[in-house]
Ligand binder design. Structure first.
Ligand code: ZN
Length: 262
């Protein structure tokens, strides 16, 4: 499963500008306002880490504060033939909550958009405003649908709504988790559900357990030998008390193993 995450805007294009950061109890910037390009990048990077941990192949249209033309974003989705293309944006203009856009008529994408809306709204971060059907004509200034089977655009929340903006500013990784949850419920699992790290961890745990079992066996055997030595010192002769051996046999056994030590 190959997923393209597309953090909206970047570079000279800040996207939507929201409430002052000082309103969000942020230590940064007098007069600075929350910017869509920063929020979308934080959420995308966090989602990429989480999805890769699950074994998904994740591509990003940008990983820094740089400008990427729209046609390059959609072009990457098409050139790479990704299984899912998730464009991440944040709203402004009066309102609250998350909404997800899909291309009108693209039914698989509508279902994927619904899963994304559900994934985010299940975490109770912001209200669920539901789905919006778009067309090339209505969304063309900042987004182009790829026409892929799983192609959706998330408007995470409203940057000019204080409670929404606070959530986005403080918990981008939870919005990312909403995206991850939607991918997990809606898309097939990655080819190998185990990442190499998970396999390596399991091997290390198995090695450790084998070593512990070996030490345990050696300790038990030493304790048994010690018990025989004490019994022999106390004059035991009955093979029943000496693990089925005669006193002479047991002494020979102990001397072979513990020569010079007992
Ligand atoms: Zn945007």
């Amino acid at each position: 499963m190959k997923i393209l995450l597309d953090p909206g805007h970047g570079g000279r294009d800040p996207g939507a500008i929201g409430v002052p950061l000082s309103n969000l109890a942020s230590e940064t910037g007098a007069g600075e306002r929350i910017k869509e390009k920063d929020v979308t990048l934080a959420v995308a990077l966090s989602a990429a880490v989480a999805l890769r941990e699950l074994g998904y192949t994740v591509l990003l249209t940008r990983e820094a504060d740089v400008e990427v033309p729209l046609h390059a974003r959609t072009g990457l989705a098409l050139a790479q033939q990704v299984d899912a293309y998730i464009s991440i944006h944040a709203n402004a203009g009066g309102g609250t909550g998350c909404e997800v856009w899909y291309q009108e008529g693209n039914e698989p994408s509508r279902a994927f958009a619904a899963a994304l809306a559900q994934g985010v709204s299940d975490l109770n971060l912001v209200p669920n405003r539901g789905l919006k059907a778009g067309s090339a004509a209505t969304r063309t200034n900042w987004y182009t649908f790829s026409r892929l089977a799983h192609d959706a655009l998330l408007e995470l929340a409203f940057l000019d709504h204080e409670a929404d903006a606070l959530r986005l500013h403080q918990e981008p990784e939870r919005f990312a988790q909403g995206i991850v949850n939607a991918v997990r419920t809606h898309l097939p699992p990655p080819a190998s559900t185990q990442t190499s790290w998970e396999l390596e961890k399991q091997q290390l745990i198995a090695q450790r357990d084998a070593m512990l079992a070996q030490i345990q066996r050696e300790l038990m055997s030493d304790r048994t030998d010690l018990a025989y030595a004490i019994r022999i010192a106390n004059g035991a002769t009955n093979p029943k008390d000496l693990g089925g051996m005669s006193r002479a046999e047991r002494l020979r056994e102990l001397n072979t193993k513990w020569a010079g030590k007992i």
